[in-house]
Design a protein around this ligand. Sequence first.
Ligand code: UD1
Length: 430
Amino acid sequence: MDRIRIRGGNRLNGTIPISGAKNAALPLMIVSLLTPGTLSLSNVPRLADVRLLQRILQNHGIDIMVAGKRAGQNGMMGDVMHLTAREIADTTAPYELVSRMRASFWVLGPLLARCGEAKVSLPGGCAIGTRPVDMHLMAMEKLGAEIAIEGGYVIARARKGLKGAHIAFDKVSVGATHAALMAAVMADGDTVIENAAAEPEIGDVAECLVKMGAKIEGIHTPTLRIRGVTSLSGAEHSVIPDRIETGTYAMCVGMTGGDVLLKDANAGHLAAVFDVMRRAGIGVEAMNEGVRIHRNGHALAPVKVDTSPYPGFPTDCQAQLMALMSMAGGTSMIRETIFENRFMHVQELARLGADIHLHGDTAEVRGVKKLTGAPVMATDLRASVSLVIAGLAAEGETLINRVYHLDRGFETLEEKLSACGADVSRLAGG
Ligand code: UD1
């Protein structure tokens, strides 16, 4: 298994290109199940999760073509992917595949909408809390599906097709909103989704669906109004920049000091994160080409932050913020409100010398003067990148094991950081 080796202490200076958003690319790929036409996605990040979803979608009968390199194209540009689901060959999403990536459960809605039936494995355990799918199933039932759970599978049927409905979620869920939206666009009649997640990735999917012929109002708001259509066509769509990758590299620069342009980043999607970073004393400037992050010598100020649904501070940046605050000049309080158990990084950060105490859903992070490199273990996607942030500032060598977690969500991380002066390399195998 590959490992990442970081020798800490270098400031970051230069440009880091931001890739397309993983959490938009995955549902956008799934949307292709809804049409016999070709959906052409550009700016698709080259990530292990994208490759895995390709395999899952191919199992349903989707033909996928990833365009080859073009003259003048730089290696950091995303892929162009053409997806065509002329016919759905198989409405089953097997356990072996769904258990490896939770987002693949989202095929349930489009399969039901297009074929009137779907058999999708329950996603199973996950390192960051119980993560149920009850809201997904509630939305499908409201839309007229009959649901049974047998042998670990959700078996859903809508023999006469889906019917428009009023769906009011009692909690904000990104996944359940995707599921309801992707199913309702081809249901018979009108659907209202209340308390919908308003994450930019949902808006991106909705905008793509509109290009395909869907009728959706209230995009980017918590109330989505959908008028069902009988068919959707192919379309071309470019994936939005990854706001979590943006926030992560911004915190890398905040941690080491320096001056970096996060090229193509969208500052508007990260208002809550940048607000916290400014309060900590980090320079953040939105520019035409992206976002400039800079810090020169000042000590970081501690912060008090609660994670919350968009536009609040994202849970997917919580671990990274904790790494950043581990060297602040005082005590920070970071409360996780979305997922229980999303604190696996605390023990690993402690191995580098961080002083963090957990009180229920809140982490008390007492800033220390220095961190020291050590071997550590990546436990999930965002947790593992928090170890990179800490490693960049730690004295000596940090070796991160189980790097496959990082590869699920960060494209060429070591290349992007090295290009700005960090001493980061990938050690193959072992
Ligand atoms: C998505 C993101 C993930 C991010 C999360 C929260 C992708 C691929 N994943 O995950 O990176 O951390 O949003 O912003 O885009 N819940 C229920 N019942 C359900 C569904 C969810 O109770 O049926 C709960 C969850 O346990 C959790 C909360 O709702 O407490 C939010 O979960 P949700 O937004 O659905 O997360 P994901 O879609 O899995």
